[in-house]
Design a protein around this ligand. Sequence first.
Ligand SMILES: [Zn+2]
Length: 81
Amino acid sequence: MEDEREQAQQLVRLAQRELLEAANQLRAMRGYSPLSELPAPPFCSFCGRAKSEVGALVEGLGDAYICRECADEARHLLLKG
Ligand SMILES: [Zn+2]
């Protein structure tokens, strides 16, 4: 039981680290300084910026959010096919 909880916590930490890395890659592409840790939720799941930095966030399923800038970028990518 203890082991399962420890394993679950390790998976959460791994997922958070991957999310932070992905956010920092996007932030670097846009000239934002890297984050040392993810901000308190809610934050954009794509660039890692907090609601206080980006204003409105659109909420998706599973605690996912997207900011206006990331939504615009996604729209352009989708329109390009
Ligand atoms: Zn964003």
